[in-house]
Design a protein around this ligand. Structure first.
Ligand SMILES: Nc1ncnc2c1ncn2[C@@H]1O[C@H](COP(=O)(O)OP(=O)(O)OP(=O)(O)O)[C@@H](O)[C@H]1O
Length: 231
């Protein structure tokens, strides 16, 4: 689905991603793991076209998308839930979802009922302002908004961060449903091992901007964890 070949990214003089290679397979949940500051969010933003790369290739369904704008990437059905959610706090829940609908690749005009089936709390709170929702509800809204574009590929940047356990498990169930039932490909940036192990199929561990380990999630060994993930 997505193949990244030897990308290098810089913030000014600061070299952040180093010859990074990665492959994300269709219909699977691939966890991107690593300690704070190793480049996980930078990688997500590079895929979304929010940050430029110096060199390397981003092949999405075999087509090089590295020169496409972020707007065009939404049109090719890549959904993105950034760290920090970035919902519109002054707009209602429904209006936030309608912003996602505007980029729907099938040109639908209404929020699909399926979104509310996945996140019933959003139906109850449809008229409430985004900013008045709890952190967990905002995270659900951010995921729901990304699903309104009807993505084939969804990037979730630390969706479980700072969220209460019952909402984390609901989000996990949604990830399972998307990959197993809807064949949506998920890239999950995640630091929590139990969550990654439960919902991930594959993993990549990044350290100082490079991939240091990867494989199927059951190959994520204690040795890798000790070397590259524990603090
Ligand atoms: N806008 C920026 N300008 C300069 N340096 C930046 C910028 N954003 C991030 N960095 C640096 O790039 C490196 C990678 O940051 P990034 O946010 O991608 O890491 P991360 O793995 O997502 O971390 P975390 O788990 O804490 O979110 C860090 O050293 C960070 O300080």
């Amino acid at each position: 689905m997505l193949k990244i070949e030897k990308i290098n990214q810089f913030y000014g003089q600061s070299h952040t991603l180093w010859d990074l290679d990665l492959e994300i397979k269709k219909g699977r949940c691939t966890c991107i793991m690593g300690r704070n500051g190793v480049g996980k969010t930078t990688l997500s933003k590079v895929i979304m076209g929010l940050l430029p790369i110096k060199d390397g290739k981003l092949l999405y369904k075999k087509k090089d998308i590295s020169k496409l704008s972020d707007y065009k990437r939404a049109n090719i059905a890549i959904g993105y839930v950034p760290q920090g959610r970035e919902i519109f706090s002054q707009l209602t829940v429904k209006e936030n979802l309608e912003i996602g609908v505007l980029s729907n690749r099938n040109k639908i005009t209404k929020v699909p009922e399926k979104i509310y089936d996945l996140f019933p709390v959003l139906k109850q709170m449809e008229k409430r302002k985004g900013g008045d929702l709890s952190g967990g509800q905002q995270q659900q809204l951010a995921i729901a908004r990304a699903l309104c574009i009807d993505p084939e590929f969804l990037i979730l940047d630390e969706p479980s961060e700072g969220i209460q356990p019952n909402i984390v498990s609901q989000i996990g169930e949604v990830i399972d449903y998307l990959t197993k039932e809807e064949n949506i490909t998920v890239m999950l940036v995640e630091q929590k091992l139990p969550f990654a192990r439960k919902h991930g199929d594959d993993f990549y561990v990044i350290d100082r901007g490079s991939v240091v380990a990867n494989g199927e999630i059951n190959q994520l060994s204690d040795d890798i964890i000790k070397k590259h993930l524990s603090v």
